[in-house]
Write a protein that binds this ligand. Structure first.
Ligand code: COA
Length: 156
């Protein structure tokens, strides 16, 4: 685990040390994510992929997280999820969480970033654009409910 001591408390967990924090992350996902994963999805993902989870803390409570899978033989990451508790939104913390994770991942050599986002998720799209990602493609009916997704990525 790495703890960052700047104005927001963000900690990184990996395959080695995520387990003690997974319950809180799964609860946040279930309560506030539009398309939450079931516990078995989390277990399957965490046991079969290489990943990092960055958690944003308020006091000792996890109030946000982002989940990145390492892809392309370590050259890039796939952002699967980023979520802030609703009371924490609109304060610049999602931006800090995403940028912090991206900088940390880039320092480890994982420079590229790839993600899918629902085409109607204006807030998340604006966040990603602010962080330098671009829409490269639209995928029709990407989600189970028939919603389309944008593929976004950076080129660094
Ligand atoms: C997406 C999310 C993580 C953004 O976190 P946040 O802390 O609210 O975002 P920030 O306050 O850091 O905003 C950063 C930038 O994103 C954009 N943004 C964020 N929310 C926005 C909204 N509702 N409408 C328009 N732009 C928005 C703005 O460009 C903002 O920059 P600015 O403050 O300079 O204008 C948060 O809204 C969330 O948890 N949403 C639910 C989960 C989700 O949809 N995740 C993404 C799909 S994986």
């Amino acid at each position: 685990m790495t703890s960052f001591s700047n104005e927001v408390d963000i900690r990184r967990f990996s395959k080695d040390d995520y387990r003690t924090h997974l319950k809180e992350v799964v609860e946040l996902d279930e309560c506030f994510f539009e398309r939450p994963w079931k516990l078995e999805n989390w277990e399957t993902f965490c046991s079969s992929r290489e990943f990092y989870i960055y958690c944003l803390y308020d006091e000792s409570k996890i109030m946000g997280f982002s989940l990145f899978e390492i892809i392309n033989e370590g050259e890039a990451v796939h952002l699967h999820k980023i979520l802030l508790h609703p009371v924490m939104r609109g304060l610049g913390k999602g931006y800090r969480l995403f940028e912090h994770a991206r900088n940390d991942l880039a320092a480890m050599g994982h420079c590229g970033c790839y993600l899918e986002v629902a085409t109607d998720n204006k807030g998340a799209i604006a966040l990603y654009e602010k962080c330098g990602l671009e829409v490269v493609r639209r995928v029709a009916r990407f989600y189970g409910n028939g919603d389309d997704a944008f593929i976004m990525m950076n080129y660094s």
